[in-house]
Write a protein that binds this ligand. Structure first.
Ligand SMILES: Nc1ncnc2c1ncn2[C@@H]1O[C@H](COP(=O)(O)OP(=O)(O)OP(=O)(O)O)[C@@H](O)[C@H]1O
Ligand SMILES: [Mg+2]
Length: 381
């Protein structure tokens, strides 16, 4: 899939941006704090996912503006699509459309534009907190199965309610029997999520292993393992609404008194992890920095390749400042693996060594021969 046009105005410091990206590599270069990451973030938001920087919607609007306007045209193997978003300070006034069809939230855009974003923080994917790996796997599955994100949101809501109830029980306000209704919901949702996460991890392991083998010249043994806090083994298990939900429920019942004592749900998919194993030991505890970085690289590239396979479309790749963090061989490796995909790369240097269409970002504006200046958008239409 190819972004053929991208516009932004009033999004953070971005002003009057209208670019026609190349089908291959696009290099956005410029000094620090000019707006390069803002541009990557804006494209990413139009994929319907949450900001990778954790920005809230109202913080996305330029300090001196009332609204931010974003637009994108994309082409995949079947059709051309158009996304428009006007983000306003009052969320009720926001206007988001996908092919002219109104959406209530940015998340309504999920599914049209498929992107893989890679930031320096992602290099911590293997070594960092389990939260990052849980969120990463959740996002990967949602990109293939958009309804999955709703299941995760439901699970998170049940978890919140259950944890609040656990606290009320320890305060004597509620009774333990009130947990039954939440436990049953949690068990069904949790069992389903466990199956999907296990299956995705298994698939990612195959793709990431091939990539890791190449980076390490077959000198190291790489694998990923899904670490469930509920099930001993998940291989071949799919009966999430029957036997697996019953087992999940049994675990919740067994942990009930401990959960009441500590005031939160001590086990469940929200506590699962994905173990990155290199030469038989957990990379986060025993791996070198280089091994952990290669593992992160293999997992992120694996995400892109799985998207290609599952959706038969190549995702758009957003590399924010990540190349400067990598040594020459890893840099060359990543670029070679992305050939054939549309890539946006940000960097500080004038990008002399990188081949591709170049855009210079200066104070929130883009300068290049192809960039056209759009008429300043009137504050009110
Ligand atoms: N809501 C906003 N309104 C206006 N400007 C904003 C807003 N939010 C952030 N900025 C500005 O955006 C700039 C940072 O942009 P960005 O992070 O994209 O820079 P960058 O080019 O990626 O820099 P670096 O090379 O350091 O990563 C800062 O100058 C910041 O003040
Ligand atoms: Mg940046």
């Amino acid at each position: 899939m190819i972004i053929t046009e991208f516009t932004a105005d009033g999004f953070k410091n971005l002003k009057n941006i209208l670019i026609s990206p190349a089908e291959g590599v696009n290099v956005i270069h410029g000094e620090n704090a000019q707006g390069k990451t803002n541009l990557i973030e804006a494209i990413w938001l139009l994929s319907g996912a949450r900001s990778f920087r954790g920005s809230k919607e109202r913080d996305m609007i330029a300090f001196d503006r009332e609204f931010a306007r974003l637009g994108l045209k994309l082409r995949d193997s079947c059709r051309e699509q158009e996304i428009e978003a006007v983000i306003t300070k009052n969320p009720r006034e926001r206007r988001i459309t996908l092919n002219g069809v109104k959406q209530r939230y940015l998340s309504g855009l999920f599914g049209a534009l498929k992107c893989v974003v890679f930031t320096p923080e992602d290099l911590e994917l293997s070594k960092g907190s389990p939260d990052n790996r849980r969120d990463f796997i959740d996002l990967c599955i949602s990109q293939i199965k958009p309804a999955y994100s709703k299941t995760v949101a439901k699970y998170e809501n049940v978890l919140l309610q259950r944890n609040a109830l656990l606290k009320n029980i320890s305060l004597g306000i509620s009774s333990p029997a009130d947990l039954d209704v939440w436990d049953e919901q949690m068990a069904r949702l949790g069992a389903y999520i466990s199956v999907l996460k296990y299956q995705y991890t298994k698939k990612l392991c195959i793709f990431a292993k091939r990539l890791y083998d190449e980076i390490s010249n077959f000198r190291e043994d790489f694998s990923l393992g899904y670490m469930s806090t509920v099930y001993r083994g998940l291989n071949g298990r799919e009966d999430w609404s029957g036997e697996m939900a019953a087992e999940y429920l049994e675990m919740l019942r067994k942990n009930r008194s401990e959960d009441i004592r500590v005031g939160f749900t001590t086990a469940g998919v929200h506590r699962d992890d994905v173990g990155v194993i290199i030469n038989g030991s957990l990379a986060k505890d025993f791996g070198s920095q280089g091994q952990n970085r290669s593992a992160a690289l293999a997992m992120k590239l694996g995400q892109a390749f799985i998207l290609c396979e599952e959706t038969t479309e190549m995702p758009v790749i957003l590399l924010d400042d990540v190349l400067s963090e990598l040594d020459k061989s890893r840099r060359e490796f990543i670029i070679s693996k992305l050939s054939g995909m549309q890539v946006f790369i940000t960097c500080c240097e004038p990008a002399g060594r990188l081949k591709g269409r170049r855009f210079e970002m200066k104070n929130g504006e883009i300068f290049n021969r192809r960039a056209k200046r759009v008429e300043k958008t009137a504050e009110k239409e």
